[in-house]
Design a protein around this ligand. Structure first.
Ligand code: NAD
Ligand code: MG
Length: 399
């Protein structure tokens, strides 16, 4: 039982954060919320704090933190309300925190995730961008601090569940020859490629199987999400990119698979609902109720698998190239993607421009070794600057 320490939920107002609180609410005797962290949605955080009684609430935005402080004081809450990235990083290292749900979206999640790792917490990792950026550096910190990383991303959590007993991410697993990530194919799997340039943010965010935040929804539509997940898998399971396969599986019922040397292929199946991997990680190595309905296999009828369409979705190839190049390449890929996705959501860039911007950034900037966090942050900043400039230059820059 995990009753000794509390849980810090970074990104508590987001899709993963809210699903985490939904699972915790089913087990009040087992879990205690110690920290809630979010960007600016202070009303939601105040509501969450009134229900879950955290020790600390941290908002990135000063105005939002001030409003949350006033609102919580008014209702007699004893939660400390703090503000900013440093306060969040400090809050996760406290003795009152045993597990950290790293569910901030994007590069902003790197520093608090790193702080949690260095403080040897159990880190439930949803924030794949942090891992893609910092790569080996983050996994080396996991090893040297004696932290535990349990993957939340449904594919990586599925792989973790199919690994040999006692296995923990960071190490190579004995007897494992390959992992196979499944991809739904996103909302544009069958869309005429000539139409992709004119799809809207609303269409891109309407994922056929999963309800997620806007950034990861767009990543799923370009298939860059799967590209980031290939890199994530190489790091978590210590495998070369060539041993991380991707298959499109439109039903999104098989969440991923692990192949063993004897030819066995182990899969984890379940409804496409993030409360399953969240509950698995919160209770590991035990099992608890998640609130997710059981699968009705006869209703699903058939499970289909097909190869990804690289011509339609060139992002997967870009991510694999970045994984092979190593060094600062994954950080640059991730940074350019974050900038381009935001520009698409703001309607400053069309859908096919996202991958075009990333491609240009990776062609123009040279990869270098990532020896320190400074190297990673410099590469991230350079890629962001170039991506912003390319988008400002407009469509002509992508020819
Ligand atoms: P979301 O947009 O719904 O939520 C993001 C959360 O991060 C919000 O609580 C927001 O307030 C917080 N946040 C953003 N910037 C911040 C900052 N600078 N400081 C503090 N907090 C900040 O996103 P999501 O869909 O919940 O995804 C979160 C992460 O989990 C992403 O990395 C995503 O790739 C990963 N993930 C999500 C899903 C899913 O089903 N939603 C599945 C797998 C992996
Ligand atoms: Mg995933």
């Amino acid at each position: 039982m995990n009753t000794q320490g509390g849980i810090a939920i970074l990104g508590s107002t987001g899709s993963i954060g809210r699903s985490t609180l939904a699972v915790i609410a089913l087990h009040p005797e087992r879990f205690r919320v110690a920290v809630l962290g979010a960007f600016s949605s202070w009303q939601i955080v105040v509501e969450q704090a009134r229900r879950f009684h955290p020790d600390t609430v941290v908002l990135a935005e000063p105005e939002a933190a001030a409003r949350a402080r006033a609102a919580l004081r008014e209702c007699g809450s004893t939660a400390r309300v703090e503000c900013g990235a440093e306060a969040l990083a400090a809050a996760v290292t406290g003795a009152n925190v045993q597990m950290v749900m790293a569910a901030i979206v994007g590069a902003a999640g790197l520093l608090p995730t790193l702080a949690a790792v260095r403080a040897a917490k159990r880190v439930l990792l949803a924030n794949k961008e942090a891992l893609v950026m910092a790569g080996r550096l983050l996994m080396d910190e996991v090893c040297s601090a004696g932290a535990e990383v349990i993957p939340i991303d449904s594919e990586h959590n599925a792989i973790f569940q199919c690994m040999p007993a006692g296995y923990l991410p960071g190490d190579a697993a004995p007897g494992v020859t390959r992992v196979i990530l499944t991809a739904s194919g996103g909302p544009f799997r069958c869309t005429d490629v000539t139409q992709l340039g004119s799809v809207t943010p609303a269409q891109a965010c309407a994922h056929p199987k999963w309800k997620m935040g806007r950034k990861i929804s767009v990543d799923s539509a370009t298939l860059m999400n799967k590209g980031l997940e290939v890199i994530e898998a190489t790091l978590l399971f210590d495998l070369p990119e060539t041993r991380v396969d991707v298959v499109v599986h439109p039903q999104s019922v098989v969440h991923s698979m692990v192949e063993y040397a004897d030819g066995s292929l182990l899969a984890q199946l379940g409804a496409p609902d993030m409360r399953t991997p969240i509950a698995q990680a919160l209770a590991w190595p035990e099992r608890i109720v998640s609130g997710v309905q059981s699968l009705n296999l006869t209703q699903i009828g058939k499970l289909e698998f097909e190869p990804p369409d690289h011509a339609r979705f060139p992002s997967l190839g870009l991510a694999r190239a970045a994984a092979r190049a190593g060094g600062t390449s994954p950080a640059m890929l991730n940074a350019a993607n974050e900038v381009a996705v935001q520009a698409f959501l703001d309607r400053r860039l069309n859908f096919t421009g996202i991958v075009a911007v990333i491609d240009k950034v990776l062609q123009r900037l040279e990869s270098s070794p990532a020896r320190s966090l400074g190297d990673v942050l410099d590469a991230d900043a350079a890629a962001r600057r170039l991506a912003v400039a390319l988008i400002e230059l407009g469509a002509g820059a992508f020819a």
